[in-house]
Design a protein around this ligand. Sequence first.
Ligand SMILES: NC(=O)c1ccc[n+]([C@@H]2O[C@H](COP(=O)([O-])OP(=O)(O)OC[C@H]3O[C@@H](n4cnc5c(N)ncnc54)[C@H](O)[C@@H]3O)[C@@H](O)[C@H]2O)c1
Length: 252
Amino acid sequence: MERLLKGKVCVITGAAQGIGKAIVERFAEDGAVVYAFDRREGIMDQWAETCSESYATRVIPVCCDITDSGGVKKALMAIYKQEGKMDVLVNNAGVVFNRKIGMIVREETELMFRVNVVAALELMQLVARFMARNECGSIVNIASVTAVLGSPGQVAYSATKGAIISLTKSAAKELAPQGIRVNAVAPGIVKTERFTELYEVTGDKIDERINRIALGRLGTPEDVANACAFLASERASYISGQVLGVDGCASI
Ligand SMILES: NC(=O)c1ccc[n+]([C@@H]2O[C@H](COP(=O)([O-])OP(=O)(O)OC[C@H]3O[C@@H](n4cnc5c(N)ncnc54)[C@H](O)[C@@H]3O)[C@@H](O)[C@H]2O)c1
């Protein structure tokens, strides 16, 4: 079977768990060379080795906090020097603090904007320079359905994801002449480690949430990863500036 991303050099952030980990595995299975960024050291080493062997490709863990712009620049320059190209960026790393309006804390809001928006934008800036040299590339930003539908308890977080959608649309227009496509994926509720922790802590009624999902189930990290692989690939070569909902047709 044709491997959708064969030989593509891909950078994926927030790769150590949840959606990011599933994206790395999907991309590796599709033949990509994957640089898996996460701020946590060591925890990807064994898994990256297994992935590389299983999918006959290279998965390389990169320990990097994406808010450290100097560190990110150094890491990306080293990748470009090694590979001679950069084909795909998936801006997946994100943090969330769920707070009702009255309980919003400035430090948490600032951290969400620093990681979810500013760092993602700076990664796009840097990667676009490398992509422009080959006049092709695909950037996929992970937004959220909360940016489109709104979600109680996620006022500040949903604002960061709204910003991601806006910058996706503007960057798509600006980078198109250089052959770079920019799209966003907006997941609904996805069953990840973070999700499990959240619902264990808050005791929210998950069945009520599922009732508002037309397809009748939560999303999986693999659902999101499949959408990212499509948008990253040549099959989506005429698609840019779009927000692809992966939410089971939800009305939060
Ligand atoms: N899980 C959901 O229901 C859901 C829904 C919509 C959108 N999203 C978005 O999808 C993305 C992934 O979500 P998830 O549930 O897998 O999250 P997660 O918390 O399980 O994983 C996030 C990963 O990002 C890494 N990370 C966080 N800050 C970082 C930093 N500064 N530098 C480098 N790495 C950093 C973490 O170490 C972690 O491995 C996020 O952008 C999130 O906002 C998730």
